[in-house]
Design a binder for this molecule. Structure first.
Ligand SMILES: Nc1nc2c(ncn2[C@@H]2O[C@H](COP(=O)(O)OP(=O)(O)OP(=O)(O)O)[C@@H](O)[C@H]2O)c(=O)[nH]1
Ligand SMILES: [Mg+2]
Length: 364
């Protein structure tokens, strides 16, 4: 029997086990385009369900697609650069075949020039030793640069197949849907997208011409991203819904900021200085005196969301950073970042264990 794949997530359709991926009731098989039950519930009721895919499953897919000569469109979420990279990217994919797309351009302020973002992105990639063919910025949400993206893909693919790859949630499926709507007038049987990391479960083929196709692929789970630790119902809170607005806090050296219930920064040495915060609007930023911070975490019911299992701020992991006067972003992977430019200052960042905290050259 030939395999049928779900058009929403790429899982192989099966009618035996409702708890496994690809399950569809037999009655749904008669349709021209088959959707699995999980995608049906996501699309119609926004009901998200966890799946059993492991990191090894994703790497097996990556290994399979990288064994042939293809063009790889590697998406990076501009809001979460560090969370978007997998270590040893060039070990998995040949640098001569990688087109880097800085996606979700819409979340960065319009006032910053594209050229500045692109240069910043190239410097970050170089700093991490990532080699590639070219870089382009895009947004699947606002259809930004779709024509330019298609031109670059056609230029570099040279008749070959194209695979859209990247970690979960960078917007691979949304960008492909934008292309489908824009160029093929498709508005039904679109690929399923959601804030759940791990929406796409198998490769999804879209024909480009008789000989070649473009494929959506499942994202690789990046363990240090916040989205992998949150309760499903809270995932929507950490996905930026629109352009990030800076929130400026003048902080004294005995003060603390909470970013929802997910992270905290103590400024414990240095003169009064601005902390310019870029976090999704749904995340409340709360300032308190450091001496009261522990009690506030415990008692303030509005510091939301919290990671399941973390009731006390002492259960978080601490990282101390020295501020040296250069304009730097302190990044909390998958949650947001703040910019500080203070000399001779010290901060302590507290995050749930395993969540990445990075210092980088300021983006904005
Ligand atoms: N602001 C903004 N949000 C986006 C954009 N593209 C996708 N998103 C959001 O990011 C989340 C993930 O989008 P998907 O398209 O499902 O991401 P994916 O890379 O296919 O994820 P997996 O299938 O899990 O690997 C969803 O909440 C989208 O609404 C974009 O260009 N801008
Ligand atoms: Mg996807």
């Amino acid at each position: 029997m030939t395999q049928i794949k779900c058009y929403g997530c790429g899982a192989v359709i099966q009618t035996n086990d409702p708890d496994k991926i690809g399950y569809t009731p037999e009655s749904a098989l008669a349709k021209e385009h088959v959707l699995c039950q999980r995608c049906f519930q996501m699309k119609n009721y926004h009901k998200l369900t966890k799946t059993q895919m492991t990191r090894n499953d994703y790497f097996a897919i990556l290994e399979e697609i990288s064994s042939k000569d293809n063009l790889y469109v590697y998406l990076i979420d501009l809001f979460d650069f560090n969370g978007s990279l997998i270590s040893g990217l060039n070990r998995h994919l040949n640098s001569d075949n990688i087109l880097i797309v800085g996606n979700k351009r819409d979340v960065l302020p319009k006032s910053i020039k594209d050229q500045k973002i692109e240069h910043w992105l190239r410097r970050q990639l170089n700093g991490d030793g990532v080699k590639y063919l070219d870089v382009i910025l895009s947004s699947g949400k606002t259809n930004y640069h779709l024509d330019e993206l298609i031109d670059k893909i056609n230029h570099y693919r040279n008749g070959r197949n194209v695979y859209v790859v990247g970690v979960t949630n960078v917007g691979k499926s949304s960008l492909i849907n934008a292309l489908l709507k824009h160029y093929a007038n498709v508005d039904s049987h679109l690929i399923t997208t959601s804030e759940f990391p791990g929406t796409t479960l198998g490769t999804i083929e879209i024909e480009l011409d008789e000989k070649s196709s473009l494929y959506d692929t499942p994202g690789i789970v990046n363990e240090h991203q916040m989205a992998n630790r949150l309760a499903i119902e809270d995932l929507g809170l950490i996905v930026p819904k629109g352009e990030l607005r800076p929130m400026n806090f003048q902080i004294n050296s005995d003060q603390t900021l909470y970013f929802g219930g997910l992270a905290r920064v103590d400024y414990f040495q240095g003169e009064k200085t601005p902390f310019i915060c870029y976090f999704p609007r749904q995340i409340r930023i709360h300032r308190t005196k450091t001496v009261n911070a522990k009690r506030v975490y415990h008692n303030d019911a509005t510091l939301l969301p919290k990671i399941p299992g973390i009731e006390d701020v002492d259960q978080m992991q601490s990282y101390v950073f020295n501020l040296d006067g250069t304009k730097q972003d302190i990044v909390i992977s998958g949650l947001g970042f703040f910019t500080v430019t203070q000399k001779n200052g010290k901060i302590k960042v507290m995050v749930p264990k395993g969540i990445g905290v990075f210092v980088r050259e300021a983006l904005i």
